[in-house]
Design a protein around this ligand. Structure first.
Ligand code: ADP
Length: 254
């Protein structure tokens, strides 16, 4: 379980707090979604979890292990990151995924590492692409390779930054389903930012609404109310129910 308590962070000694006491919990196999306007602190929170920024106060633990005290290699075996747009360089799909194993093999990959990559490629139906250059793939395929690389780290927690940002609707669906499968079958905890509220409701188990560097609301899908959305995004929306599913209709600014 991921447990963040009272996290505080600012980008400079005299700068204002960007995270001002963030606390959240996410269980194994759960998908947590961070929602909030641009600048509310989502990326900064990710950077703290990934060890790219060091918080001024608070704690980040996974199963009682202190992430803030881990070195890069230890952390890479626990937490993997899937960025919005991956730049792999001119590598084959196989080698791109193999890079995810670095935390395990150090300088030279061994048979175990090659086998792990083959397994993951097969599982994600990427075996046919193994020798292809990643730069020649479509956005959706590249994103799948990014997830495969993260999987190669055998993480317990995966962080997704707007995973569907640059994808068409079919690929969006594919990536979210793939992520959901990993959470359910591998019991990996997933923490993701997402812009689309309907997509978020369909994909997530737990929701964290951020504003001004803090989590204003958190909980299950019941959190999605017109009042909450108005407070967080400053827009008025309509909520409908279609076939027993809540649907949010994009609103107007107040
Ligand atoms: P989000 O991901 O929700 O859009 P960010 O975490 O990127 O939000 O930004 C939160 C706040 O931190 C914003 O006010 C932003 O201007 C500030 N910020 C982000 N990155 C930096 C940086 N490298 N240096 C200084 N301020 C930053």
């Amino acid at each position: 379980m991921l447990k963040i308590e009272n996290l505080r962070f600012k980008y400079g000694r005299r700068a204002p707090d960007v995270l001002n006491g963030v606390s959240l919990e996410l269980r194994d196999g759960e998908i947590g979604i961070l929602l909030g306007r641009n600048g509310s602190g989502k990326t900064t929170l990710f950077r703290n979890i990934l060890g790219l920024c060091a918080p001024d106060a608070g704690s980040i633990r996974f199963d009682e292990r202190d992430l803030l005290k881990m070195n890069r290699r230890e952390r890479a075996r626990l937490v993997a990151f899937v960025p919005q747009e991956v730049r792999f360089g001119a590598l084959s799909v196989f080698d791109s995924v193999l890079m995810g194993r670095i935390a395990y093999f150090g300088l030279k990959a061994g048979r175990e590492d090659y086998e792990a990559v083959e397994r993951i490629l097969a599982e994600m139906q990427l075996s046919g692409f193994a020798r292809r250059n990643v730069e020649e793939l479509s956005g959706g395929e590249r994103q799948k390779v990014a997830i495969a690389r993260a999987m190669a780290q055998q993480p317990r927690l995966m962080i997704f930054d707007e995973p569907t940002g640059n994808l068409d609707i079919a690929n969006e669906q594919l990536i979210l389903e793939e992520a959901r499968r990993l959470a359910r079958e591998r019991h990996i905890a997933i923490l993701s930012s997402l812009h689309d509220l309907n997509q978020a409701m369909a994909f997530g188990d737990r929701f964290f609404f951020m504003k001004n560097g803090g989590i204003r609301y958190s909980g299950g899908a019941e959190c999605f109310t017109t009042d909450v959305i108005q407070d967080i995004f400053d827009i008025e929306v309509k909520m409908l129910e279609i076939e027993n599913q809540k649907v949010i209709l994009g609103g107007s600014h107040r």
